[in-house]
Design a protein around this ligand. Structure first.
Ligand code: ADP
Ligand code: MG
Ligand code: MG
Length: 328
């Protein structure tokens, strides 16, 4: 649920301009307030689904399938419609009588403040992964992606999926998603990191991870990436890759074979006038990056694809991708 010119909302609810948090009691009224007092644009989310939509955007239809928990309400129907339009398949766990999660997206200038109420999204059940509908899809998949946000409530499911993927020698990708994940869910991250082949994050998440783990220089993106690349890995046959974006600044990529030689990819920065809002930029990057990897591109090509899709995303309202399709 996205609103523009949200300066007063930031003040009223004590929000930072560029942040991502979970709603607590004092934020509870914001969702009704948005509907009654503001002009709301509804866009599909959350983070992993946006990345999945991004990957679907760059791949032939039928390539990407998403799961998560939704209720049997209007919001769930909107999500299904949006996914269908964009060629993303879904196998939701639908919980009767429950409400689908929502995110208040408060835009000020180019910044976005995300306030999420998980509702049924935090009631995903591990048993859904072994259900007759989902198990064959997991078995057949070659790449898996999970958002860090999921670790606030779904670490058992994440562990099940990541350990399966790793044991089968397939590619498991984790996005840090938000600074508070590294800050408050470090133990959960540490449980999943051994199974990761690719870790994606932004500069604020890198910094939070550095602080949480005692890395000496919280601004040293390449060094922080290197420290994650070198963490223990359960599938030793393939080295880990860590990629950090930082908005309009260079993207940094570190690989296990050359951990001391970070690759730096400049971003073709947009002017202020060209940007609509940056909500979903990192998810778009992840979607483009993974889509390109699945399509057989190398890491350099995948970063370029991520940049291209993210660049087009920040020129749309919220986490949306341009139609007709760009050639990514
Ligand atoms: P997150 O949304 O996770 O904070 P970033 O802000 O790092 O992610 O943005 C991800 C990507 O989006 C960047 O690597 C870049 O490709 C694109 N992007 C973000 N801001 C801009 C900008 N001002 N101009 C051009 N591209 C941008
Ligand atoms: Mg950012
Ligand atoms: Mg992000």
């Amino acid at each position: 649920m996205q609103v523009r010119n949200g300066e007063k909302l930031l003040q009223k609810y004590g929000l930072k301009a560029n942040d991502a948090i979970l709603a607590d009691e004092k934020h509870a009224p914001i969702y009704d307030e948005l509907v009654t007092e503001h002009e709301v644009t509804y866009v599909a989310g959350g983070a992993a689904q946006n990345a999945a939509r991004g990957a679907a955007y760059v791949l032939p239809s039928g390539s990407v399938v998403y799961t998560g928990a939704v209720g049997d309400d209007d919001l769930a129907e909107q999500l299904k419609e949006a996914n269908k339009r964009e060629g993303l398949d879904q196998v939701y766990l639908v919980k009767k009588g429950e409400k689908t999660g929502a995110c208040a997206v408060v835009i000020t200038g180019h910044y976005r403040s995300l306030v999420t109420t998980l509702r049924v999204a935090e009631k995903f059940e591990k048993s859904h992964l072994s259900s007759p509908e989902v198990a064959p899809l997991i078995k057949a998949a070659k790449y898996y992606y999970i958002e860090g946000y999921f670790l606030t409530h779904g670490v058992e499911s994440a562990h099940e999926l990541s350990s399966q993927a790793s044991a089968a020698g397939k590619t498991f990708i984790l996005n840090f998603s938000a600074p508070f994940i590294a800050q408050f869910f470090k133990a959960q991250l540490e449980q999943i990191l051994p199974y990761t082949d690719v870790v994606i994050g932004n500069e604020a998440e890198a910094e939070a991870w550095a602080s949480a783990t005692g890395y000496p220089d919280v601004k040293d993106l390449a060094g922080i990436a290197r420290s994650i690349v070198l963490l223990p890995k359960s599938n030793a046959s393939r080295g880990r890759v860590v990629v950090f974006t930082q908005g309009a600044q260079n993207t940094v990529l570190v690989t296990a074979d050359k951990p001391d030689e970070p690759k730096i990819f400049p971003v073709d920065a947009l002017t202020d006038e060209e940007i609509v809002d940056t909500n979903g930029a990192g998810d778009a990057f992840a979607g483009g990056f993974i889509g390109a990897l699945v399509a057989g591109k190398d890491l350099d090509g995948a970063v370029l694809a991520g940049h291209k899709l993210a660049r087009s995303c920040v020129q749309q309202v919220g986490p949306q991708y341009p139609w007709p399709k760009l050639n990514i």
